[in-house]
Design a protein around this ligand. Structure first.
Ligand SMILES: C[S@@+](CC[C@H](N)C(=O)[O-])C[C@H]1O[C@@H](n2cnc3c(N)ncnc32)[C@H](O)[C@@H]1O
Length: 428
C-alpha cells in the first residue's frame, strides 16, 4: 500500500557520524560542476531529468529527488534491488538485530494499555522495507504469554512492490498475518528511517535574502550532468516554514525544507483516528540542525555503504536523504491534530522502552550460546552509541488520546529544553 496521495513538490556537508553505513565506510566528496554524464546513473532516469529541464526549465531539488527516488519505472525506491541491509546500500537498526523491533513492541504494548486495550489495535508501519522491523515487533507482540496477541492488526505502508511482496511472504512464513485495514483505526504508527527520504527543497541565505537552489543542466550536450542554480524561491512556503520554527540562516548557509510532511500527516490522520505515532530518524530540531556551525546542507547519497556528497551522481542507484528537521515535523504534526509528547534520542528511547530487560531475557536463557550473545551485544552497542544510531531522534506523537503518563520510551530524556514548537526536546 502506498501513501494515498503522492508527496507533492512545488516548482529544485557536513556529516553527523555516517548514519547508515557500516563502520569504516567510505566518504566521497562534493559535486564537481564541470563533469559530464555520470556513468553510475540509470541512463533512462538521467535522460528523463534532462528532458524535463529542457522542457520546463530548472526544477526544484524536491522534484529532482522525487524523480530520482520515486520515478515509477526507474526510481531508486521502485527497484527490485535490495536497499537496506548488509548486502544493500545502508544498514538500518531493524536490519541489525530484532531487539530493536522487540523494544519498540514493548513500547507499543504500553501505548495499547494507555488506550484501554482496544481490539483491534492497528499497527501501521510506514516504509516497512524488508519486513525486518515488522517481524520483530509482531513476534514480540504475538508471543504466547503476551497480553495483546489477539488484538494487534499490522499494516505496512510500503511504496516498493518487490519489498511489499517479500514482506508479505516473510510474515506468512513466520505465521504472522498482515491486516489490510481501510477504515480509520485506533492504534499506533511507526516510521523508522522513512521521513529522511521525503523530497526536500534546498535553500541558501545569499546576500541578505533567501534563494532556492534549483537543479539545472550543466551543459547542452546529452551527456552533461546537473548543477545547482540559485534563484527566487519557488514558493513563499519555504521562508514561512523556516520563520515558523525560528531558523535564522547565516550568510552562505544552506538548509533543506520538506514540504511533503503535510501530505504525510494528512495520510496518517486519515488512517489513524486515535492513537500514537513513533517517528525514528536522524536529525535534530531546526534551530540545532541549522546552527551557525553547519554551513553546508545535509543532503547525502548512499550507495553500497558509501556516503556520497554529490546528489547528482548515481541517479536512481543511490539513496538520497536529508536530516530530518524535527521542529518542522512537530509543527506539521500539530497542524494535523497530532500532539508532540516528546523528543528524545534513540538510545534513551530504547532503554526506556525496555531494551535492558530484553537483553537480560536473552542473557539468562540457558539456550543462548556465546556467538548469539556477542552478536546481540554488539548490535545493541551500535543502536545505543550516540556517535552511531544512538544519536538518532525519536518523536512520540498522540492523536485524540486521553491525558496520560508519558510513554516509557520518553522516561529517560536528558534535561529537556523548550523547542521552537513548544514541545520538549532532548539535549543534542
Ligand atoms: C530507508 S528504508 C527504511 C526501511 C525500514 N523502515 C528500515 O528501517 O529498515 C525506506 C523505506 O521506505 C519506503 N518508502 C520510501 N518512500 C515511501 C513512500 N512515500 N511511501 C511508502 N514507502 C516509502 C522505501 O521503499 C523503503 O523500503
Amino acid at each position: 500500500m502506498e501513501l494515498r496521495r503522492p508527496i507533492p513538490t512545488i516548482g529544485p556537508v557536513e556529516a553527523i557520524p555516517v548514519r547508515r553505513s557500516v563502520p569504516g565506510s567510505v566518504h566521497v566528496g562534493p559535486a564537481d560542476a564541470t563533469r559530464g554524464a555520470d556513468p553510475g546513473s540509470v541512463p533512462e532516469l538521467f535522460a528523463r531529468l534532462r528532458a524535463e529541464i529542457a522542457r520546463d526549465g530548472p526544477i526544484t531539488f524536491a522534484r529532482f529527488m522525487e524523480v530520482a527516488l520515486y520515478d515509477p519505472d526507474f526510481g531508486y525506491y521502485r527497484s527490485e534491488t535490495e536497499r537496506p541491509g548488509r548486502g544493500g546500500d545502508f544498514l538500518t537498526a531493524p536490519e541489525t538485530h530484532p531487539i530493536f523491533g522487540q523494544a519498540i513492541a514493548r513500547q507499543v504494548e504500553e501505548l495499547w494499555e494507555m488506550l484501554d486495550r482496544p481490539r483491534p489495535f492497528a499497527l501501521l508501519e510506514y516504509g516497512a522495507g524488508s519486513g525486518a522491523l515488522a517481524e520483530a515487533m509482531l513476534r514480540e507482540l504475538e508471543r504466547p504469554d503476551g497480553p495483546m496477541t489477539a488484538a494487534v492488526a499490522y499494516e505496512a505502508v510500503e511504496i516498493n512492490r518487490f519489498r511489499r511482496a517479500a514482506l508479505d511472504a516473510r510474515l506468512a512464513a513466520a505465521g504472522l498475518t498482515p491486516h489490510s485495514g481501510d477504515s480509520p483505526a485506533v492504534g499506533c504508527a511507526v516510521a523508522n528511517e522513512f521521513l529522511d527520504a521525503l523530497p526536500v527543497h534546498r535553500v541558501r541565505w545569499l546576500d541578505g535574502r533567501l534563494v532556492e537552489l534549483f537543479v539545472d543542466q550543466a551543459g547542452t550536450s546529452d551527456a552533461d550532468g546537473f548543477i545547482d542554480r540559485p534563484d527566487e524561491p519557488s514558493t513563499p512556503a519555504l521562508a514561512a516554514r523556516l520563520a515558523e520554527e525560528g531558523v535564522v540562516l547565516a550568510e552562505g548557509q544552506q538548509a533543506e525544507v520538506c514540504l511533503g510532511l503535510d501530505a504525510w500527516f494528512e495520510d496518517l490522520a486519515h488512517r489513524l483516528e486515535r492513537g500514537y505515532a513513533i517517528v525514528i530518524d536522524y536529525g535534530r530540531p531546526g534551530p540545532e540542525l541549522y546552527s551557525a556551525a553547519r554551513i553546508a546542507g545535509t543532503v547525502m547519497g548512499y550507495v553500497r555503504h558509501r556516503a556520497i556528497e554529490d546528489p547528482y551522481r548515481n541517479i536512481g542507484r543511490q539513496d538520497l536523504t536529508a536530516h530530518v528537521d524535527f521542529s518542522s515535523v512537530q509543527l506539521a504534526a500539530q497542524h494535523h491534530g497530532f500532539e508532540p509528547l516528546g523528543l528524545t534520542t534513540q538510545a534513551e528511547f530504547l532503554i526506556g522502552a525496555g531494551a535492558e530487560e530484553l537483553l537480560e531475557r536473552v542473557r539468562s536463557d540457558p539456550r543462548t550460546d556465546l556467538a548469539t550473545w556477542v552478536e546481540l551485544r554488539s548490535a545493541v552497542v551500535r543502536m545505543l552509541d550516540p556517535r552511531a544510531m544512538g544519536g538518532f531522534r525519536v518523536l512520540v506523537l498522540a492523536r485524540n488520546t486521553p491525558a496520560s503518563p508519558l510513554p516509557r520510551g520518553l522516561a529517560n530524556r536528558t534535561p529537556a529544553t523548550p523547542s521552537a514548537t513548544g514541545a520538549t526536546t532532548a539535549r543534542p
